[in-house]
Ligand binder design. Sequence first.
Ligand SMILES: *Cc1c(COP(=O)(O)O)cnc(C)c1O
Length: 373
Amino acid sequence: MAQQGFVAKEYIEAISPYVAGKPIEETAREYGLDPAKIVKLASNENPLGMPESAKKAMLQAASGAFRYPDGNARLLRAAVARFMGVDDSWVIAGNGSDEILGLVARLVLKPGTRCVYSQYSFSVYELSAQENGAECVQVPAKNFAVDLKAISEACQVPGTRLVFITNPNNPTGMVLSAQEIEDFIASVPSECLVVFDEAYSDYLPPEKRVDSMALVRKYPNVLVTRTFSKAYGLAGLRAGFAVARPALIEMINRIRPPFNMNFLAQAAAAGCIDDVEFLKHVYEVNRAGVEDLQSFFKAQGLEFIPTWANFILVKVGPKAAEINTELLKRGVIVRPVKSYGLPDWLRISVGSPSDNARFKEAFVESLRALDIE
Ligand SMILES: *Cc1c(COP(=O)(O)O)cnc(C)c1O
């Protein structure tokens, strides 16, 4: 529309913006609530907050924030490389792993190319394909599970340049086995980049973890992304990273904004990457919360998908939007997933024991208020 004073690329005009979890302050204002009493279980944040190791590193660094950050995030990348068992040249740091997902898409996608991902997967994948004018190929899930066979077939079509795989998957919380993943990667043509998103891998029990670094070493078309936003509790700082062969990392660096990751985020992330004690605690608190919430949904007679992440997808029926509003009135924020094509479901992040208790109580009250059962 030239009368708007600009002409957007038509494939950008077609984008529907990302729907984030409702912020606490906004909810407090809209429902007249005390923000301190709101329980947010909408964005898979860590109910334990950030580890002391991150806080300490960030506070120590704070007064240095008048300088530009290290544009190459050397200290953080070295810490990540040590932790992941790769060379520094295999690591790129990002302003959240979202940034890296976007950069990778920009690197390989343009109009006329194809980007493949599963139905019920992270909406950022679709956005990153759309903003580059690529064809979005959403492969139907099979009973909610990622259909790797169908995805592999979609990747064989000439012009396919990018495929996203997530383990555990968001918003379903389902896992793939290491063997399935490797067989899939082996089947993808080498000119199609495989982004393996491990945002929630810290929540997997040891026997379900995938040796993703072995995959990166073996396949030049694989990039693994991780984040500090979930298990490490640094969502507000925006910190993530990816590991891939140096040739790919070097190419992404050409389009990376010069100071993409801020000073405090670099310090905090470097300070906590190897805080395995904290991670272990996070894992245990999360699994206990998963058991608690899943038992609750079972007792309520609700269908849910057994989860391997820090959130649970639960089918609450055609009144999901109303239930969501009732929960908001009671100061509990969860995530409606209508935009994921799941209008009858809600996604609940696993909170602390007291968060989960508040959720359960508010949920029962909400159903009662709506005369559901
Ligand atoms: C939360 C999430 C991310 C990470 O986002 P950040 O930008 O690192 O905060 C990546 N992938 C999936 C599937 C997620 O759910």
